[in-house]
Design a protein around this ligand. Structure first.
Ligand code: F6P
Length: 396
C-alpha cells in the first residue's frame, strides 16, 4: 500500500457536518496508514507553517485526537458536533503577494501529496486558483447551508439548516396563532432560496419569498402578499407564516441585511395607503400585528442531523478514495442517490462565470418539483415578472 501525506482544511462560513467530514477522512486515512495534516483556519494554516509559527507535527490528526479521555475513552464524538475543529476563515482572494507566497510556501513545506478542501462556492474558487499556482493536487467537498454549489444535489450542512428553519416555523406557529399575528422569518441564503423554500414548505409557511422567484420586493409583490394575507384571513386562518430568504432585494434592488423588517414595513405602509384610499379590507391588514424573526447563525450551528452526518461521512470517504487512485481536480458530489465526482475545473469555470455576472452559482430551478409542490399547496411564491415593477410606495 502506498503511504500518503494528505492535508484537510475547512474554508468559508462553517456549517453542520464539517467535523463529520474530518472524522471520516481521518478514519479512512488511518486504515491506509496515511498521515493527515489538519490545516487550521483554512489557508491561513499554511502561512503559520511558512512563518515557523507552528510545527507540521502539531497538525497531524489521528483518530485518537477526537476521542474522549478517562473512563469514556474510545468514545468517538467528532461527528456529533457542529463547527469545525480546524477553524475556518472567510477572507476572499489573497490580494497581497506576500500572503499568497506564504500560503504556497507553507503547502510546499508540508510536502503534501494531496489536499482535501471542504468549502462552498467562494472558497472553492479561491483555493482552486492557489492550487493552480502551487501545482497542488486537490479534491474538494461541497459544504454550505445555502446548497448553491453547482452539480451536487446536496452540500454538507444544508439539511440541518432546513431542519432549523422548519423547527423555527413550527415553534412560531403557536404564538402566531394565539396572537393572530403575521410572523416573518428571515432565512439565510446569500443568493439562493433552497433553504427558505424547503424549510418554508416543511414548516407550513403561507408565503415563501426567494430570490429566484422574487428577485425584489416590488410593489406588485407587496400587493400580492397583502392579498394573499387577506385571503388567508377570509378563509379563517387568522395568523400567517412568511419566510423570506436574505437574498431577496428591496424595491430599488438593494441587498438589505434585515430584509424581513423591510418587508414588514412595506406591507404596513402599503396597507395603510390602501386603507386610506377606501379599501376596507386593507384597514384590517394595517392593524394586524406583525413580528420578524431573523434566524441568522442558528442555522449554521446546530448538531448535524443524521443525513448531514451520512453525507459528510460518504463525501469524506470518497475524497480519500479519489486520492488513493491519484484522481485529482475533482469535486465530490451527490447525484441521484450516489456519491460521485465531477471535474473541479469545469465547475470552477461555471462558478467564476456566474459570480462575475453577480448570479447565483446554483439557483433554485423555477421548474423544481418543490416549487410546484409549494404552488399546489397554495403557498405564495411570487414570480420574477412581478419583481419588474419599478414603482415604489411614494408614487402611490
Ligand atoms: O454562505 C453561507 C452563509 O451562511 C450565507 O447564507 C450567509 O449570508 C453567510 O454565510 C453569512 O456569513 P458570515 O456571517 O459568516 O459572514
Amino acid at each position: 500500500m502506498q503511504t500518503k501525506r494528505i492535508g484537510i482544511l475547512t474554508s468559508g462560513g462553517d456549517c453542520p457536518g464539517l467535523n463529520a467530514v474530518i472524522r471520516a477522512v481521518v478514519k479512512a486515512s488511518e486504515l491506509r496508514e496515511w498521515t493527515v495534516y489538519g490545516i487550521p483556519y483554512g489557508t491561513d494554516g499554511f502561512i503559520n507553517i511558512a512563518k515557523d509559527e507552528c510545527s507540521p507535527d502539531d497538525l497531524i490528526l489521528t483518530d485518537k485526537c477526537y476521542q474522549l479521555p478517562g473512563r469514556i475513552r474510545g468514545l468517538d464524538v467528532l461527528q456529533f458536533f457542529s463547527g469545525s475543529v480546524l477553524g475556518s476563515i472567510s477572507k476572499g482572494h489573497p490580494e497581497n503577494p506576500e500572503v499568497k507566497a506564504n500560503i504556497l510556501e507553507g503547502y510546499r513545506m508540508l510536502g503534501l501529496d494531496a489536499l482535501i478542501v471542504v468549502g462552498g462556492d467562494g472558497s472553492l474558487d479561491i483555493i482552486y486558483d492557489l492550487a493552480k499556482a502551487g501545482n497542488w493536487n486537490i479534491v474538494a467537498i461541497p459544504k454550505t447551508i445555502d446548497n448553491d454549489v453547482p452539480d451536487t444535489e446536496f452540500s454538507v450542512g444544508f439539511t440541518t439548516a432546513v431542519e432549523i428553519v422548519t423547527q423555527a416555523l413550527y415553534d412560531l406557529t403557536f404564538t402566531a396563532a394565539s396572537h393572530e399575528r403575521i410572523m416573518i422569518v428571515q432565512a439565510m441564503g446569500r443568493d439562493a432560496g433552497h433553504l427558505a423554500l424547503r424549510g418554508g414548505i416543511a414548516g407550513g409557511a403561507d408565503i415563501i419569498l426567494i430570490p429566484e422567484l422574487t428577485p425584489c420586493l416590488s410593489l406588485d409583490v407587496i400587493d400580492d402578499c397583502c392579498h394573499h394575507l387577506l385571503k388567508l384571513r377570509e378563509s379563517g386562518r387568522h395568523f400567517a407564516l412568511v419566510v423570506i430568504a436574505e437574498g431577496v432585494k428591496t424595491q430599488d434592488q438593494r441587498k438589505e441585511s434585515y430584509i424581513g423588517d423591510y418587508l414588514l414595513q412595506q406591507i404596513k405602509e402599503y396597507s395603510q395607503i390602501l386603507c386610506h384610499e377606501g379599501h376596507q379590507d386593507f384597514c384590517t391588514l394595517k392593524d394586524v400585528d406583525m413580528r420578524v424573526t431573523v434566524l441568522g447563525h442558528l442555522q449554521r450551528s446546530h448538531p448535524p442531523v443524521a443525513w448531514d452526518r451520512l453525507l459528510a461521512t460518504a463525501f469524506g470517504i470518497k475524497a480519500v478514495e479519489l486520492i488513493e487512485n491519484n484522481h485529482y481536480d475533482r469535486l465530490v458530489v451527490w447525484q441521484k442517490g450516489q456519491v460521485e465526482s465531477e471535474s473541479l475545473s469545469s465547475i470552477i469555470t461555471t462558478i467564476k462565470e456566474r459570480r462575475q455576472k453577480k448570479q447565483c452559482t446554483s439557483p433554485v430551478n423555477p421548474h423544481d418539483c418543490l416549487v410546484k409542490t409549494a404552488r399546489s399547496l397554495g403557498i405564495y411564491l411570487g414570480d420574477p415578472e412581478k419583481s419588474k415593477n419599478p414603482s415604489n410606495l411614494d408614487n402611490l
